[in-house]
Design a protein around this ligand. Structure first.
Ligand SMILES: [Fe+2]
Ligand SMILES: [Fe+2]
Length: 413
């Protein structure tokens, strides 16, 4: 055991349950402690560090102590998981909505499932430690972070090294009408230089290339995962968000093409960086709608940058939040870097071309009128970047025309 070994505390009034858990977890490289009451758990925490508490619902809620309320208030960095029998299910919704517990494991549990939930929570805890205490507490106030849908992992499974099973990939994609039609639209768009009609998914995969296909599906999966139940927020619209992301992706690809005309890998990377650069906004809108709405209002009223008001109200800003999620989903590092630094490209020492392209593309897409979503404060494109991407007035007009044409093609075809 060392400092990075996850520290888990199990709480259950039934000794037999604790013994079963102890035996089950013996083979894992986790530092597990077991106590049989809420009071004992609180005593334990006074002297020992803990990353995660897994407690039986009834043991956690006695007449005197509401264990998870205490943990939530005094140890917000500890991840909280409930173990609960089916008969307690009426109180489960309430527990989750109170925000005290972040995940529920049913009793009796399936051994593999229990370990998987704990492993997933350990990953979350490790990642949180790289951020400020305030950020950790914020992440801990939301339920366990969601996983990306199967459609994304299915498509990824068709790519092994340099080998791609296009037949299998097109079958997976065809099961999702929205994704299939989006891919056909992109394959027929001017952006990918297609002169002939692309009418089948197999042709679309060949025209776009598997990287772009994978990234478009990734972006769709991210949007669905985060925004499945997006509440109404004053000053924020999902439609505008999507348009802004698509415009930024198009521009990002065109910009990097102007400085690296033959590097198709960088073209594809810049495209996905543009698509996902603001996903932290979508996550804030979904997980913290009230605070995000307040941040938008503050940015509008004070005419300040949205990240400034986000930090004031939520203690973090969408670039940090989005890059945290990208790391949580184990997306390629250039994506989390581009998300993290798209407002401050100077601060990153790696992936500079992609980050600079996403940065300028973001500003141009606002300039071209693609969605404000709270960012009413207009930032200028620094001279340095104007020079780097050859942004003369004439070149900017060409970029505007290409973006408008591509977006129109996508939304009207
Ligand atoms: Fe942004
Ligand atoms: Fe943006």
């Amino acid at each position: 055991m060392n400092n990075t070994t996850p520290k888990l505390l199990f709480v259950d009034q039934e000794q037999q349950t604790l013994q079963i858990l102890q035996k089950l977890l013996l083979s894992e490289d986790w530092d597990c402690a077991f106590v049989s009451s809420a009071a004992e758990a609180l005593d334990f925490l006074q002297t020992k560090p803990c990353d995660m508490m897994i407690s039986d619902v009834q043991t956690a809620r006695t007449a005197d102590v509401h264990l998870f309320d205490e943990i939530h208030t005094h140890y917000p960095k500890i991840i909280r998981i409930y173990l609960s029998t089916y008969s307690n299910r009426d109180s489960i919704a309430k527990i989750l909505s109170e925000g005290y517990g972040q995940q529920i494991i049913p009793k009796p549990w399936v051994d593999q499932e229990l370990k998987e939930v704990i492993r997933s929570a350990i990953r979350q805890s490790h990642q949180q430690k790289k951020h400020s205490d305030e950020f950790q507490a914020l992440i801990n106030s939301i339920p366990l972070l969601p996983s990306l849908p199967e459609s994304y992992s299915n498509v990824r499974s068709c790519i092994v090294g340099d080998e791609i099973d296009i037949e299998k990939m097109s079958i997976f994609i065809s099961q999702d009408v929205a994704i299939a039609s989006a891919l056909l639209h992109w394959a027929n768009s001017a952006l990918f230089g297609q002169r002939f009609q692309v009418d089948t998914l197999k042709k679309a995969i060949v025209v776009l290339g598997t990287d772009i296909v994978e990234n478009l599906i990734l972006s769709e999966s991210v949007n669905r995962t985060i925004a499945s139940e997006l509440p109404e927020i004053d000053g924020f619209s999902f439609k505008r968000f999507k348009k802004h992301s698509i415009a930024t992706a198009i521009l990002s690809r065109l910009l990097i093409k102007s400085i690296l005309p033959t590097d198709s890998i960088q073209h594809d990377r810049a495209f996905v960086a543009g698509l996902l650069h603001d996903m932290g906004k979508l996550a804030m809108a979904s997980f913290f709608p009230k605070q995000f709405e307040e941040a938008i209002k503050m940015a509008t009223d004070k005419k300040c940058p949205l990240p400034t008001s986000e930090i004031d109200i939520l203690g973090t800003q969408h670039a940090e939040f989005g890059s945290f999620l990208a790391e949580w989903w184990a997306l390629p590092p250039f994506i989390s870097n581009a998300i993290c630094w798209h407002h401050h490209p100077h601060s990153s020492s790696i992936d500079q071309d992609i980050i600079a392209a996403a940065h300028v593309a973001n500003l141009l897409s606002y300039q071209f009128g693609y969605g404000s979503n709270g960012e009413t404060y207009q930032r200028e494109i620094l001279d340095e970047y104007q020079t780097r991407f050859y942004l003369t007035d004439e070149a900017t007009e060409i970029l505007r025309a290409e973006t408008v044409k591509t977006i129109q093609g996508l939304t009207t075809s």
